[in-house]
Design a protein around this ligand. Structure first.
Ligand code: GLA
Length: 360
């Protein structure tokens, strides 16, 4: 913990080693610090956000994401903490889909379903990285995802740029191209806890979502294909309410949110998605995105078996994720927004995590 400097600081980028993977590849850490002293730390393993220090109402900087201090934990036990997730985030039912009448099978790594890109998704690849001062200190990660990797068609080139702006927004820009038609759906899987970075639960955080509909799912969390009103359900966050208020009324096991909210914007333009406010620290997060949906996940699968930074024990509901993305299993639901990228077109999405102090 340190006091935010009242004298503007010079934005800076520090690069250092973050160890070596068990396969012997060197991993680097990049810390982006803006003019107010807020900072974001990322590693090129998984293009992963490992720390995010933003001020509270007393100008105390504190970490608002769950994470580890060592690479080994990211390799062996991370439930996607802060990672860039792809080629297709969330689930593909039974790992089966068709594109232009060609059928594909991708590995099933979550019960009978495919989750977050398979056994070695983008969260477990080493990305190339370079840095620049652009819209604040920035790191650009690039990845070549070769044709056939984890069963997906086409050589896909992905670029993800993280910038920490002068007004405390972490801006994430995604770009991708392909040489064969392929589904693609990228997200960041940051686990937020605006109070203390994950040492206590988030049930008292006040959430509001710009979402009047959601996609009901079956017991395996695969959407059943309906777009249903949130009205009268635990998924109604149209007015601010605490995360804990209706959490026990969700289906389980495990109880909690792990559902796709359909954003009022329907995607395309950068629009407000979700706001979270933490009363004790006064921190407020606004998530803005060009995506049509967000997967709201409340760390239902955390069970205290993972020890994170500062000896934190990450228990159930110690974090919430707002994974801006297309809807789960979109490739098998023609009525959901399209996720197929074609050669000659560029995939572009932007998600911003904007930090403020005070309830609006
Ligand atoms: C997403 C999924 C969840 C879970 C987490 C990671 O939010 O929808 O079911 O897999 O990622 O544990």
């Amino acid at each position: 913990m340190f006091q935010a400097n009242l004298v503007p600081m010079i934005p800076r980028i520090e690069k250092k080693s973050f160890g070596t993977t068990q396969a012997g590849e060197p991993v680097h850490q990049f810390t982006l610090t803006n003019a107010t002293g807020a900072s974001a730390t990322l590693i090129d393993y998984g293009a992963t956000l490992t720390r995010l220090l933003v001020p509270d109402k007393n100008k105390q900087m504190g970490d608002v994401v769950l994470g580890f201090d060592d690479l080994r934990s990211y390799e062996d036990q991370s439930p996607y903490f802060g990672a860039t997730v792809g080629r297709v985030a969330n689930r593909i039912a039974h790992g089966l889909f068709a594109v232009d009448e060609r059928r594909y099978a991708v590995p099933v790594n979550n019960g009978p379903h495919h989750l977050h890109g398979g056994f070695k998704g983008y969260d477990k690849r080493i990305w190339a990285a370079d840095t620049a001062m652009a819209e604040g200190p920035s790191v650009r990660f690039t990845l070549l995802d070769p044709d056939g990797t984890e069963g997906y068609p086409g050589n896909v080139r992905v670029t993800v740029i993280f910038s920490l702006t002068h007004d405390n927004a972490l801006k994430i820009q995604y770009f991708a191209t392909t040489d064969k038609p392929t589904p693609i759906n990228l997200t960041n899987h940051a686990y937020f806890n605006l109070k203390d970075g994950g040492q206590s639960d988030v049930l008292g955080h006040i959430l509001q979502a710009h979402a009047d509909f959601y996609t009901p799912a079956d017991a395996d969390l695969i959407p059943i294909g309906k777009i249903a009103t949130v009205s009268g359900t635990p998924f109604d966050f149209t007015q601010p309410k605490s995360i804990g208020k209706d959490l026990q009324a969700t289906d389980g096991p495990p109880k909690g949110y792990d559902h796709n909210l359909v954003l009022r914007s329907h995607g395309g333009s950068l629009s407000p998605a979700v706001t979270a406010y933490e009363p004790a620290t006064g921190r407020r997060l606004e998530v803005w995105t060009t995506e049509p949906g967000v997967q709201l996940y409340t760390g239902n699968f955390l069970n205290g078996s993972i020890k994170g930074r500062n000896n934190s024990v990450y228990q159930q509901y110690h974090a919430f994720c707002v994974e801006a993305q297309h809807y789960p299993d979109s490739i098998n639901h023609p009525k959901f927004p399209e996720t197929v990228l074609h050669p000659g077109t560029v995939y572009r999405q932007i998600t911003e995590y904007r930090f403020f102090v005070g309830e609006k």
